[in-house]
Write a protein that binds this ligand. Structure first.
Ligand SMILES: [Fe+2]
Ligand SMILES: [Fe+2]
Length: 137
């Protein structure tokens, strides 16, 4: 799996959000790398750790959006809730099997897709808003 690099285009322009996106990308990258080398399966613990971090990120991001008067907050929250449900289902499905196999690789790919969906698709609209209001950290 290709590692996720937060390049200039993916930066939102809010240092706290950008730092969290980087942290999530790093967690996903680390998890994907250890899948290849781990003999024992620690995937579930890793998925749960990423899940907790992502949930916290959504919460922090929504607070920042509210503070800055982001007009699309309600839609963004819907998207976060949707992502959270998909993520939760993915981790629960995985937990039901808990065998280190191709399913691990598949699961981390899906987690990456969910995260990319938030960061690249949804958060980019907030980036435009920050530019519109000339936000500076
Ligand atoms: Fe978001
Ligand atoms: Fe985000």
């Amino acid at each position: 799996m290709k590692s996720l690099i937060i390049n200039k285009n993916l930066l939102i322009g809010h240092s706290a959000i950008d730092a969290e996106h980087q942290q999530i990308a790093d967690l996903i990258g680390e998890c994907a790398n250890t899948l290849v080398v781990d003999k024992a399966c620690y995937c579930l613990e890793k998925y749960q750790a990423i899940y907790q971090y992502v949930i916290q990120h959504y919460d922090n991001e929504e607070k920042i959006m509210a503070e800055l008067g982001y007009p699309n907050l309600a839609n963004h929250q819907k998207q976060h809730n949707n992502d959270t449900q998909n993520f939760n289902k993915l981790v629960s499905d995985y937990a039901a099997h808990k065998i280190c196999s191709n399913k691990c690789v598949h699961t981390i790919k899906m987690i990456k897709d969910i995260f990319i969906d938030d960061m690249i698709t949804a958060d980019m609209d907030f980036k435009s808003y920050l530019q519109e209001i000339r936000y500076k950290d």
